[in-house]
Design a protein around this ligand. Structure first.
Ligand SMILES: Cc1ncc(COP(=O)(O)O)c(C=O)c1O
Length: 388
């Protein structure tokens, strides 16, 4: 039975680094090639194959991937990009890096995903891109999003930071739009420490991202007729992944099935404890054609604030259970965006509800089912106590 040694110290997330990763890293460090090597290429091939995509481009983070995905598709000043109001700030920052303007759209009350109706009613002629986020790993309604993309001519980019292996209509997240971007930050589904991957079936897009992630060199290091000689045709960045990171990524890919089974099992076990608590909304791991990647279990407390999130989180933390919040503010209400675009409280009711009342509970592979049961029972007790 898996699980941490003491049920009284369950962090929200913990990177699953073991002997395989350590040996793989050591092998790279003892060799001659730390960047521009074969492992990042191999990682790209294997990650893309798992998702069923034609091309994978490794990058230094999901944020870098989102930035380049929009940049190489010509998103820039004068354009707007639809972004869900409830997401990590990186989704919006990537738009700002391009000089475009994020058009924040409220999210659905039962999934946290961008609301297609709210999107439709806020469309304007400068829209060039719809950046969907599969909130906590449950894919958006991609049939509707694709239809809006086709109707408006706006490209569809998937932010899959929390959606490794999530599925829509039998296809993996990251292959449902023009481009999909993943994160390998330490407590994601799998890690490369920092790191990301861009997937696409479009060769030109993959090649353009490859060039922009490496200063805009016209010839990659291993592809030069004379060492050290290159031209630069684009303003590029240094958004590469190192061989050490790729080695960790390959080891993690070998263990990913095991991680995902543990996540799904822990999510199912924990959810059974929460499903019959009237005051708590738990988003389903399935909706229509969408199946979640089970990043975490989010328990959302009532809109009217009748149960205080701080009180519940304090009870959980006192019992040794780590929690998180996805995400702590509707992005348009973060100071940078609020001041720049003059957003006000009340404009994004569902995103604001989640920001103030959601609690992310752990379901990662560092937990065993006994841990999930313990979290469920403790959570339930905390709600009972808050009722009195
Ligand atoms: C939805 C979403 N997008 C993007 C990111 C940023 O990922 P990275 O840290 O790899 O840039 C995160 C990070 O948690 C995220 O949750």
């Amino acid at each position: 039975m898996k699980g941490i040694s003491s049920p009284k110290s369950i962090p929200f997330g913990r990177p699953m680094i073991g002997d395989t990763e350590i040996t793989a890293v050591q092998r790279v460090l003892e060799g001659p090639t730390l960047v521009h090597g074969p492992l990042s290429r191999e990682f790209e091939v294997q990650f893309a194959a798992r998702a069923g995509a034609k091309y994978g481009v490794s990058v230094s983070s999901c944020t870098a991937g989102l930035h380049l995905s929009m940049l190489v598709n010509g998103i820039g000043p004068g354009h707007t990009v639809a972004v869900p109001a409830m997401t990590h700030v990186a989704t919006a920052h990537a738009v700002e890096f391009c000089g475009a303007r994020p058009l924040f759209v409220d999210v659905e009350h039962d999934t946290g995903n961008m609301d297609p109706d709210a999107l439709t009613s806020s469309l304007d002629s400068s829209l060039r891109c719809i950046e969907v986020v599969h909130y906590l790993g449950l894919p958006c309604d991609m049939s509707l999003m694709s239809a809006i993309s086709e109707r408006t001519g706006a490209i569809l980019i998937e932010d899959c930071a929390l959606a490794v292996d999530a599925e829509y209509d039998g296809r993996k997240a990251g292959t449902l739009g023009l481009v999909g971007c993943f994160s390998f930050y330490p407590i994601k589904h799998m890690t490369t420490i920092e790191g990301g991957m861009v997937l696409s079936d479009n060769k030109n897009i993959a090649e353009a991202i490859n060039q922009r992630k490496s200063f805009g060199y016209d010839h990659a290091l291993g592809n030069r007729s004379r060492p050290g000689i290159y031209d630069v045709t684009e303003l590029g960045y240094n958004y590469r992944m190192s061989e050490v990171q790729a080695a960790i990524g390959l080891s993690q890919l070998d263990r990913l099935n095991e991680f995902q089974i543990a996540r799904a099992t822990n999510h199912r076990v924990l959810k059974t404890y929460l499903d019959d608590i009237d005051e708590v909304t738990v988003f389903s791991a399935k909706k229509g054609k969408a199946v979640s990647s089970h990043y975490c279990l989010n328990a959302v407390l009532p809109r009217d604030g009748s149960i205080s999130r701080d009180a519940i989180v304090s009870e959980l933390n006192a019992a040794g259970i780590g929690t998180s919040v996805h995400y702590p503010s509707a992005v348009p209400l973060l100071t940078y965006y609020r001041e720049k675009y003059d957003y006000r409280r009340g404009q994004f009711p569902n995103a604001e509800w989640l920001a103030s009342q959601t609690i992310s509970l752990p379901v990662g592979p560092h937990l065993g089912t006994k841990d999930a049961e313990y979290i469920g029972k403790t959570f339930k007790d905390a709600i009972l106590k808050a009722r009195n």
